[in-house]
Design a protein around this ligand. Structure first.
Ligand SMILES: NC(=O)CC[C@H](N)C(=O)O
Length: 376
């Protein structure tokens, strides 16, 4: 079956349908990871986005029920050069195409993804449409141009959990699979703005009793749970309209150690009085170089964000700890007096890289120090 991808600025690509038939609009972005397509499909941060994979063949190790970051795919559409129809992997239980169909995700293959990515890099990420229903390019471009922009929308409300829950699964091991929770020493409350499971697994692996709470939970309710630390998760879309979370974070600052990843980092920055802005085409991939501190230390990181924190908008009480070496944008910060730090990238990255995994240990250290101060 034929499918068309059209961009708001008039560029049109003709290809073949993969996954479900239909028509979807969203922000067209690209990801340069060579592996991890299951994690990308199920990362709630991609809600509202049509994701293009730059790697030429996707689906070659199939789909398994374990390598997921949430219970279902969240992105709006999926664009690949070639969707592999004959996966080879002992863990695979179905093909990419079957998985997309089962979950109602509209996709397209067989287009020149290099041309698409160069276009987005030159002109910027923008709204687009994938359709198997409408074959008129002009009509599709008009629909893409008329689709709502990702800027100004609160997409967190569309992915957050409705009730608090406890998380007990630890990290995965090749021989034994996912670990069970062992003895717990710290109580962590994790805000679900679109949380990825591997973050929760990293907390469990470090002896945390983890309670996940909805995005709209009040500071008062969180403090009533008597946490040793509070985590602010990744999540989709523009951080600016998520004002309720910024207010909650403002109320929690200085009362309990805080750690934020990606959207959580952006929300912390806004709560500190900073500003965020939309990047031209974002950072999405597994090889983004980040400089740590002022010295020569570089981490290769996994990233997925379309917005960034404006360095000039941060006051002196926020110390910029990490910087992206491709474009010098802010990748991490720490407060000079309050127990609080955050990163724009993903220390939990599954399938890696794992250079930044030490950040979970830093949070545990911060919790320990805070606990000993309280009891001193
Ligand atoms: N992974 C994330 O948390 C992404 C944060 C935010 N939605 C952005 O695109 O910048």
């Amino acid at each position: 079956m034929k499918a068309i991808l059209a961009l708001a600025d008039g560029r049109v690509f003709h290809g073949r349908s993969i996954g479900a038939p239909g028509e979807v609009t969203g922000e067209v972005v690209f990801n340069t990871s060579m592996t991890g397509y299951q994690e990308i499909l199920t990362d709630p941060s991609y809600a509202g986005e049509i994701v293009t994979m730059t790697y030429t063949q996707i689906g070659n190790y199939g789909i398994n029920p374990e390598d997921v970051e949430s219970d279902r795919p969240h992105l709006r559409g999926f664009v690949v050069r070639e969707a592999c129809g004959f996966p080879s992997n002992w863990r695979s239980t179905m093909s990419l195409d079957a998985y997309l169909k089962e979950n109602g995700i509209v996709g397209i293959e067989g287009i020149d993804t290099r041309a698409l990515v160069r276009h987005i890099r030159d002109r910027g990420a923008q709204t687009g449409i994938i359709s198997t229903l409408d074959s008129d390019p002009e009509s599709l471009v008009a629909k893409a141009a008329g689709a709502p922009s990702i800027v100004g929308q609160d997409l967190v409300r569309t992915v957050t959990c409705s009730e608090p829950y406890t998380w007990t699964e630890g990290l995965w091991d090749l021989r034994t699979g996912y670990a069970d929770a062992g003895e717990t020493a710290y109580r962590v409350v994790a805000f679900d703005f679109g949380i990825k499971r591997n973050i929760l697994r990293n907390f469990v692996a470090r002896g945390c009793e983890v309670t996940v709470v909805p995005a709209t939970t009040s500071a008062e309710d969180v403090l009533a749970m008597n946490p040793d630390g509070v985590f602010l998760s990744n999540g989709p879309g523009d951080p600016e309209p998520v004002t309720y979370a910024q207010e909650t974070i403002r109320q929690l600052m200085g009362k309990v150690p805080l750690f934020g990843i990606c959207l959580g980092h952006q929300l912390i920055s806004l709560a500190l009085g900073g500003r965020t802005y939309k990047l031209k085409f974002g950072h999405r991939g597994g090889n983004q170089p980040v400089r740590r501190g002022a010295g020569p230390n570089v981490e290769i990181t996994s990233q997925n964000h379309g917005f960034a924190v404006d360095a000039d908008s941060l006051r002196d009480d926020a110390l910029i700890t990490h910087v992206n070496l491709n474009d010098n944008t802010v990748e991490g910060l720490r407060h000079r007096t309050m127990p609080l730090f955050s990163v724009q990238y993903h220390p939990e990255a599954s399938p890696g890289p794992h250079d930044a995994n030490y950040l979970f240990d830093e949070f545990i250290r911060m919790i320990k120090d805070w606990k000993s101060l309280k009891t001193a």
